[in-house]
Design a protein around this ligand. Sequence first.
Ligand code: DGJ
Length: 339
Amino acid sequence: MHPFVRLLAGFLVCVVLPRTVAAATPPLITPGAEWRDTQGHVIEAHGGGILQVGRTWYWFGEDRNPSLDPEKRYVSCYSSRDLLHWKFRGHALALSDPEHLGPHWVLERPKVYYSKSTHQFVMYVHLDDARYKYARVAVARSARITGPYLFLRSFRPLDSESRDIGQFVDDDGQAYLIFESRPSGGFYVARLSPDRLSVESPAIAFLDAPLEGGALFHYQGMYYVLGSHLTGWRPNPNVYATAPNLTGPWSTFRKIAPASPDTYGAQSTFTLKITGTKATTVIFLGDIWNPKSLSDSRYLWMPLTISGDHLLLPEPQPWTINASQGLTRIAAQPVPPAR
Ligand code: DGJ
């Protein structure tokens, strides 16, 4: 072979081909695996929630990195345009004990809303003492989505104990807080005020089941609420109920993953609806908690299979998404033939 041809062939094999293959192989979301941000650091966003602004998704969650100041609690913010690559945008909230809660005080499950009326972003968190007896929500506000958020106050929504919180924004823009209230033996769905700073009374729905990790979505005319049983950091069979309206009537609860005794080790935290140009997909966001090292808790994100009033969390497998089209693909499955 002519030396130039050999050189050209070598160039094609070593430089061009890997790039072409890399371009043709989209990155994967691998449930349960270590997930790194665009700088190569492990993503710290536990008990999280996602807010879409324009073409960008912002993921907020608990940053439990043990190298951080142990007196403070941190909410991290990541952003992404494709749901596959996440860029760390800093700590949206870095809070010192705001109300003399004492050692090992708790800040969990941050959720961020946007208020059209004030053009402000409002963060809700579960605020507690070490024994989980304070049972309140706290609100913090920022003019910028990435923060810094300023702590405003804490309260008990509808004068009820509130531990795990969840977030739901309906297609009509109404925003809701989901909160678990132990004395009532169930959890509430309550509308937020237009400025998002308070919870309106009475509750829109009361789910008569002792569940936490509440998540809710609206898909093709049906509402779906998800939650987990109260087993601390240990996983359990997460369940769901459906209703034609937020106010009910709600169906009985059924398991989201009947094939797994413990929801593949995960606990629900959020459901993300992606309305693409070709499909609408709902993604289950769960935490695989590691109570011995909470910062090493992992994420289980999987597209849900939904049909009528049935919902299924499929067995976790690496998958990918075309976020603008709303189409997902399980990595092990062949690419459908081009038409
Ligand atoms: C389960 C909750 O869902 C978590 O957010 C956390 O509060 C743990 N309980 C604490 O045991």
